[in-house]
Design a protein around this ligand. Structure first.
Ligand code: 6PG
Length: 238
């Protein structure tokens, strides 16, 4: 597990952006295209704004990048809570990313959730390796409860080992979620986390505890991960 600690928010997104730029360039060099799974949330959103800024917009050959999602809320694409809608506003539209490079998890109009999960599974199957889809980079935020994507503690999706995309009922949320499953995250070439704030400190400290069953901790034990965090998330001195 690689951890890069930044003192200020702008340093945090800059560090994560450089990692993403490096991984996508390497993928394009090696395979002609790159496939990335994006996350929702306010911390990833700040990264998207940075990536779409004039200083960075041309650092990635976005025409060769296919943008998927690690999870999605069960809302229409134009809903304020949609991860796809947020990525469109903060990354795709500012970049002028071709619509053919955008792969929302919920279609328009939104269909039956099980059908939406089946549709996304079939989309991944179009390019999956025999063992399953291999993303070049999967970007995640982390919740204060140690969830990532929509893999929340105590939910059925945590133990799914066959399907790559599932509907995951999360009792504490008013909206159902669709999420990629652990096998997809375990198989990716790179997985990184972008996390900030003192409220994330308990979960961040737990991921290094060998007996933690937080979803992030489970993934950290199963594969290499790269963490971009701020001082508040790590500092124990109050
Ligand atoms: C979502 C995300 C979720 C998010 C974390 C962190 O659909 O909300 O995929 O996993 O990344 O909850 O969100 P914040 O960065 O806003 O704390």
């Amino acid at each position: 597990m690689n951890i890069q600690i930044s003192e200020r928010p702008e340093q945090l997104v800059a560090a994560c952006a450089e990692h993403l730029i490096s991984v996508l360039a390497e993928s394009i060099e090696a395979r002609g295209r790159a496939r990335i799974a994006l996350a929702g949330g306010s911390t990833p959103k700040s990264l998207y704004d940075h990536l779409a800024s004039p200083a960075l917009a041309n650092r990635i050959d976005w025409g060769r990048v296919d943008c998927y999602f690690g999870d999605e809320r069960a809302v229409p694409q134009g809903h304020p809570d949609s991860n796809f809608g947020m990525a469109q506003r903060h990354l795709f539209v500012p970049l002028g990313l071709p619509r053919d490079n955008q792969f929302p998890m919920i279609s328009a109009p939104m269909g039956d959730l099980d059908a939406e999960a089946d549709r996304y599974q079939a989309l991944l199957a179009e390019w999956a390796e025999p063992e399953g889809p291999v993303f070049d980079l999967m970007l995640n935020g982390m919740g204060t409860d140690g969830h990532f994507a929509s893999l929340f503690p105590g939910t059925p999706a945590l133990t799914e080992r066959d399907r790559w995309v599932v509907v995951n009922p999360v009792p504490q949320l008013s909206t159902q979620r669709l999420t990629l499953t652990f096998p997809v995250f375990e198989r990716a070439r790179h997985v990184c986390f972008l996390t900030a704030g003192a409220d994330k400190r308990p979960a961040f400290q737990a991921i290094r505890q060998p007996d933690s069953d937080l979803p992030c901790a489970q993934l950290v034990r199963r594969r290499p991960t790269d963490w971009f965090v701020d001082r508040a998330c790590t500092d124990t001195s109050d």
